[in-house]
Write a protein that binds this ligand. Sequence first.
Ligand SMILES: Cc1cc2nc3c(=O)[nH]c(=O)nc-3n(C[C@H](O)[C@H](O)[C@H](O)COP(=O)(O)OP(=O)(O)OC[C@H]3O[C@@H](n4cnc5c(N)ncnc54)[C@H](O)[C@@H]3O)c2cc1C
Length: 268
Amino acid sequence: MARELSTARLAKKICISESSQCYHFEFALDQLDSFPFASGQFISAVATDPAGKQQTRAYSIASAARGNRFDLCVNRVEGGFFSNHLADLTELEPGGTIQIHGPHGHFVLKEPVTDSILIATGTGIAPMRGYLQWLFPEGGPDRSHGRQIWLVYGTRYESDIYYQAEFEALRSRHANFHYLPTLSRAQESWTGLRGYVQEHVTRILAERAAQLGQPWPAPPLDPATPSAEMNFDIYAYICGLNEMVSAVRERLTSLGWHRKQIVFERYD
Ligand SMILES: Cc1cc2nc3c(=O)[nH]c(=O)nc-3n(C[C@H](O)[C@H](O)[C@H](O)COP(=O)(O)OP(=O)(O)OC[C@H]3O[C@@H](n4cnc5c(N)ncnc54)[C@H](O)[C@@H]3O)c2cc1C
């Protein structure tokens, strides 16, 4: 059965990194009063390619639910159809619309909120931005309930740290939000973290275990433990390309983490 499509009008488009050709988009669903979704979900975008074939691609929503609007964060993929179709959209009529269906997906925060480590590379930042807008809404109730929230964001160069100013502002307002961008190909002048996300994840978890007086690495859970009795005090949420997601999952598993503590979304 064909899915019901909605028309999303491009309200705003900003190039947030020239070097990696990454764009921030704001869309409005004018025919709807509201577009409810859980932060971290994605929409499916549908368009016809130059050969006349209908193409569908998934895009994580880069915002928390707000009226009939939603944001995307998409980078051009060389030779790819859809990412370039989006990047070439213009706010001016005609042409500034896409067809979408959704929301879809299960890459959402566990509730009640626990300590959480959000790990992303590249446009994998999109659902994390949605989580953070939901956890720490501007002028709204703080839904983090004082839990520790780490955002470990990996990219190659400083110019590819998407939404940096937003996350720094959030860090200055919330002592329990820890923002850790790390560069794999930093210039000498960079004074922040370097290297791959998994190295920093290991360090954060070791420090947390020491602070809480927990054994390190964590002893693996008895495999016979029924799901209902699994009470984890921390979850990891990982989003990006498969290579990074697999590397982080392996690292966490080697540190005694249970697979149910690791929530992930792969883009490829
Ligand atoms: C659940 C889900 C959510 C997604 N959310 C986002 C998002 O928020 N932002 C976003 O930019 N992309 C996202 N993607 C990837 C997106 O769906 C497309 O695959 C991507 O835009 C490339 O589409 P294309 O038609 O331009 O290229 P295609 O011709 O479909 O793909 C070209 C190649 O690029 C690879 N690729 C896919 N994504 C990327 C990427 N980000 N960087 C480099 N190579 C890539 C693919 O594996 C493929 O081999 C998501 C994918 C999934 C499954």
